[in-house]
Design a protein around this ligand. Structure first.
Ligand code: IPM
Ligand code: MN
Length: 352
């Protein structure tokens, strides 16, 4: 029997609760499709930071590299200043493990949950490939004359040919494998950011001309992209963009698909260790109440199986999530599902 060693970072707030339900579903899928998952817990998060004053031990990335995948609950603690855990754990792992793509499927499972008038599941089904290691997120920049009236703050967007190219190649290949409309849209701002997105656009066209003539290419400015997400989400198949724009448009995408209760993402290193997470955050006020929606974490587990090559099991989980969402769930929001966190996990696990 195939087996996979999975690192688990339950993290903060409701993270551990939703990861528990994801594991319940993954194990049920393993039983059905004949594979086994072995889990190793890592206690990274706000509590550990408050105890040790260290967000992440220096050995963390090397330890995690021994695993093909990481399942992450949530990072963010009300008693820790914003930025410390995000940068010290989440971004550090994305960078050190070279998870250079943030993959965010945006799929509406049930039209009841779409905030857009007259949009149905067939209209909302696209994937955002967000560059995950560069852009405005590298921390490049600094202050001059800090705390004086002449203070200057510079925050630089770093775009390397290598970093942009590997993200674009992933996006082209993903579009081909998805085989829906075989269309890849570059989302940028070529009319203003004439250095960064010039590089992106040249690389996009060169790679497309040389190696992906079967993939249709399209371009949209980021501001226009937000309009189309709301007005014509059906125009999109796969979208590729930089780190900052990707951060923004994927939250909009999450809302269009029904909200944080259902939105999952993968931090992908195609040659190494990838990390899968519900994108909703730690939701401190719901911690320990058994009311948070675990479907996003379950979908993160589904993406993890897909990346491990268990594609049949992954598809079965997604189909079951769709069915449970349509037939059972009253509302995707915490406390309004009509079921508890554990009951939703049970419904999906049994439904497989
Ligand atoms: C996300 C989050 C992170 C990001 C934060 C928590 C650092 O918003 O995964 O989209 O900005 O990338
Ligand atoms: Mn974000």
């Amino acid at each position: 029997m195939k087996s996979y060693d999975i690192a688990v970072i339950g993290g903060d707030g409701t993270g551990p609760e939703v990861v528990r339900e994801s594991i319940k579903v993954l194990d049920a899928a393993g039983a059905k499709f004949d594979f086994k998952l072995n889990y190793t817990d890592f206690d990274f998060g706000g509590d550990r930071y408050l105890r040790t004053n260290e967000a992440l031990p220096d050995s963390a990335a090397d330890d995690l590299r021994n695993f093909p995948a990481i399942l992450l609950g949530a990072i963010g603690h009300p008693d820790v200043k914003p930025g410390i855990l995000e940068k010290g754990i989440l971004l550090r792992l994305r960078f050190e493990l070279e998870q250079y793509v943030n993959l965010r499927p945006v799929r509406l499972y049930d039209e009841r949950f779409c905030p857009l008038k007259d949009k149905k599941p067939e209209h909302v089904d696209f994937v955002v490939v967000r560059e995950n290691n560069e852009g405005l997120y590298t921390g490049s920049g600094g202050f001059v004359f800090k705390d004086t009236p002449h203070e200057v703050a510079v925050q630089e967007s770093i775009n390397t040919r290598r970093g942009v190219e590997r993200c674009l190649r992933f996006a082209f290949e993903y579009t081909r494998r998805r085989n829906k409309e075989n269309k890849l849209t570059l989302c940028g701002k070529t009319n203003v950011l004439t250095y960064a997105f010039d590089l992106w656009e040249r690389a996009f066209n060169e790679i497309g001309d040389n190696d992906f003539t079967d993939i249709k290419r399209d371009y949209a400015h980021v501001d226009a992209t937000t309009m189309w997400f709301v007005k014509n989400p059906e125009w999109f198949d796969v979208i590729v963009t930089d780190n900052m724009f990707g951060d923004i448009i994927t939250d909009l995408g999450a809302m269009v698909q029904g909200g944080m209760g259902i939105a999952a993402g993968g931090n992908i290193n195609p040659e190494g260790t990838s990390m899968f997470e519900p994108i909703g955050g730690s939701a401190p006020k719901y911690t320990g109440q058994n009311v948070i929606n675990p479907l996003a974490a379950i979908c993160a587990g589904q993406m993890m199986l897909d990346s491990l090559g268990e594609t049949e099991a992954a598809k079965c989980i997604e189909d079951t999530v769709i069915r449970v969402t349509r037939e059972n769930i009253k509302d995707l929001g915490a406390g309004r599902m009509g079921y508890s966190t554990t009951e939703v996990g049970d419904l999906v696990a049994a439904g497989l």
